[in-house]
Design a protein. Structure first.
Length: 246
C-alpha cells in the first residue's frame, strides 16, 4: 500500500504533544481502496493545568480535512481516557496502539506497546462479536462490499486473538480463517470504497460463512486461556501519572 509522504508532518501540527499517531481503518485492515481516506488515531497529553483546573482540555479531538486530494480523519484521546479504554475490552484502541503503520511514536508509546500482552483478555472476544453483528446488519441494508469485508475481518481477528493472544488486524494475513473467496473480495475492494459486493459463485454463501466464523469465535472464547481482565492495570496507572507529571 502507498501512504502519503506528508503524513509525518501532521503530528507537529496538533495543539498538544502526542504519545503516538498510527494509521487505522482500511489501510491497517489490508483492503484500502483507491479513494479510501486515511484514518489516523493516536493519543495526546493534556497539560496538568487543563486536567486539574477549571478550564478542562479536550479529552477527545476529532477533525477531518482534505490534503492534496486525500481525506484525512484524525482522532486522538488524552492519555488518561485512552488508557481507561485500553483497560476495558476495547479492541479499537488496542488495534490503534499496536498498528504497525506508525506515523509518530515516543517512549511512552513504546511502554504501552510493551504492556500490551497484559491488556489482552478473553472478553475482547465480545468486542469482535458485537462489531461483526453491526457490520453484518449494515451489509444487509446496503449490499456494499466494505461492511462485508469488515465482518469477515473482525471475526478472523477475534478468533486469532482468542486462540493465540496475538492481535492481527490485517485481513490478508488471516485468509486461512475465512472462505476461499476472501482474496477475490479484497481485490474487488481496491476499485472503490463504497462499491457493491460482487456476486459470489452459486456454491458460496456469505451468510453461512459468517455464521460459521461467528460460532468459531464463540467457541474460541470459551476455550481461551486468556484472563478475564487486564493484568497490568497498576503499570498503566503508573505510566499515566509519570507522563502527566513530567
Amino acid at each position: 500500500m502507498t501512504l502519503p509522504p506528508w503524513l509525518e508532518q501532521i503530528p507537529g501540527e496538533q495543539p498538544y504533544p502526542l504519545v503516538f499517531v498510527t494509521v487505522s481503518g482500511a489501510h491497517l485492515y489490508g483492503f484500502p481502496s483507491a479513494d479510501s481516506d486515511v484514518d489516523l488515531r493516536g493519543v495526546h497529553v493534556l497539560p496538568v493545568e487543563e486536567v486539574v483546573g477549571l478550564r478542562v482540555g479536550e479529552a477527545t479531538i476529532d477533525r477531518s480535512w482534505v490534503r492534496s486530494g486525500v481525506e484525512v480523519d484524525l482522532v486522538t484521546h488524552d492519555l488518561l481516557k485512552f488508557c481507561g479504554l485500553l483497560l476495558r475490552r476495547n479492541g479499537y484502541v488496542l488495534e490503534q496502539l499496536l498498528s504497525p503503520l506508525v506515523v509518530a511514536s515516543s517512549p511512552v508509546h513504546e511502554e504501552l506497546v510493551a504492556l500490551a500482552p497484559g491488556l489482552v483478555t478473553r472478553n475482547h472476544g465480545h468486542h469482535y462479536l458485537g462489531f461483526a453483528r453491526t457490520q453484518w446488519r449494515l451489509y444487509g441494508r446496503t449490499g456494499e462490499l466494505k461492511p462485508l469485508l469488515y465482518t469477515f475481518r473482525v471475526l478472523a481477528t477475534g478468533i486469532h486473538l482468542m486462540r493465540t493472544g496475538l492481535l492481527e488486524a490485517d485481513l490478508t494475513r488471516l485468509f486461512a480463517y475465512g472462505p476461499a473467496y476472501l482474496p477475490e473480495l479484497v481485490e474487488a475492494k481496491k476499485e472503490a470504497e463504497h462499491a457493491p459486493a460482487p456476486a459470489l459463485a452459486a456454491s458460496c454463501s456469505a451468510e453461512k460463512d459468517v455464521a460459521r466464523l461467528t460460532a468459531e469465535l464463540e467457541q474460541a472464547m470459551a476455550d481461551s486461556g486468556l484472563p478475564e481482565a487486564a493484568t497490568v492495570g497498576a503499570d498503566v496507572h503508573d505510566l499515566v501519572v509519570r507522563t502527566r507529571l513530567s
